[in-house]
Design a protein around this ligand. Structure first.
Ligand code: 5GP
Ligand code: RI2
Length: 313
């Protein structure tokens, strides 16, 4: 269980972060663990899955990834192990190929000479931007710093290393610069059945600002970012992190001051022009079809809901 525990802690501490990356990392841990264990395969794998699911509550990619891998079949332990490993490898391939395809589809929406605004650090959103750049288009990027954890710094570094012109701004400067922006491209942690986007805190303010300025707002999201649980009526749990990420001890120890630190927010579908997935660019209204046709929401999912209660209270 050490492999699983190490992986879970890395996700909790955000040493490994990003909705797609945590899913892929958890799948790799499940695969390694399956190779290691002997006896009570189902019980041990279930326990490992629960541990990983309980790390971060918001990004549904983690749930979809674990649900996919845990859909293994077989009579003997060896057959189960083989099936699980096959499914884990399939999921990893899904992650890698989906991002590339999203880049190809999304880049068509970035014109030569355009200025793109992105928020936080999304590998899918960056795949779109990098692909447009690879195609020879002149692309400038505005990256928000993305407080409180400054994932925007990672974005700025990554784009600069790639050779893309990047300007780092504070989150509150988005509206000030919106007149200079041609298109907003962000990633997703979760997309609900009614097409709402759950992404890094501040995303919905950017969407509001973009709508006011009639700037297209595009979401780059693999199909495993859509939430089957929302089809069953569940609301997405917004992770609230420690106040210490936002304020120092002096403020935190003042009994008259409350500090709140939600990591994500909800952007209603009316603010979203397009969701670029690996199977096509779709309007947010089509989210239901993605969930119905491409994702599973039964079996393992049901148990997860009852066992994972701390996130659903
Ligand atoms: P707001 O509260 O920002 O006005 O709108 C949020 C939008 O997201 C609504 O359209 C709401 O139906 C939709 N939505 C779908 N699923 C969720 C969810 O799990 N949580 C929240 N807060 N909104 C959701
Ligand atoms: P990809 C991140 O969450 C951001 O909200 C980002 O937009 C999203 O995951 C998607 O990332 P965090 O883990 O899967 O930094 O597109 O809280 O890489």
């Amino acid at each position: 269980m050490r492999i699983v525990e190490d992986c879970a802690r890395k996700i909790e501490r955000m040493e490994i972060r990003g909705a797609g990356r945590i899913a892929r990392f958890a799948v790799e841990a499940l695969k390694k663990y399956a190779l290691e264990i002997r006896g009570d395969f189902d019980g041990k794998m279930r326990e490992a899955s629960m541990r990983l699911l309980n790390t971060r509550p918001t990004a549904v990619s983690l749930y979809n990834a674990i649900n996919y891998v845990m859909g293994y079949h077989g009579e003997s332990e060896e057959e189960k192990r083989e099936s699980l490993i096959k499914r884990a490898d399939e999921f990893i391939r899904w992650v890698d190929t989906a991002r590339e395809r999203i880049g190809e589809i999304g880049s068509k929406r970035l014109k030569d000479g355009s200025t793109v605004l992105t928020h936080c650090n999304s590998s899918s959103a960056l795949a779109v931007i990098k692909k447009a750049f690879d195609e020879g288009k002149e692309i400038k990027v505005f990256a928000t710093e993305s407080r409180p954890r400054y994932q925007g710094h990672i974005t700025a570094r990554e784009l600069a290393e790639y050779g893309i012109d990047v300007t780092l701004i504070v989150d509150s400067a988005v509206r000030y610069f919106m007149k200079e922006i041609d298109v907003v491209v962000v990633g997703a942690d979760t997309i609900t059945v009614n097409g709402a986007l759950i992404n890094k805190i501040g995303t919905s303010q950017i969407a509001l600002s973009a709508k006011e300025a009639r700037v297209p707002f595009i979401v780059a999201a693999e199909t495993y970012k859509f939430s089957p649980k929302t089809l069953l009526g569940e609301l997405v749990v917004i992770e609230e992190r420690e106040g210490s990420e936002v304020a120092g001890k002096d403020l935190l120890s003042n009994p008259k001051i409350h500090v709140r630190n939600p990591a994500f927010d909800v952007t209603p579908r009316d603010y979203i022009d397009l969701i670029v997935t690996e199977i096509g660019a779709i309007p947010p209204e089509m989210s239901y079809l993605i969930i119905r046709d491409h994702l599973q929401y039964k079996e393992f999912g049901k148990e997860e809901i009852s066992l994972n209660t701390k996130h659903y209270d």
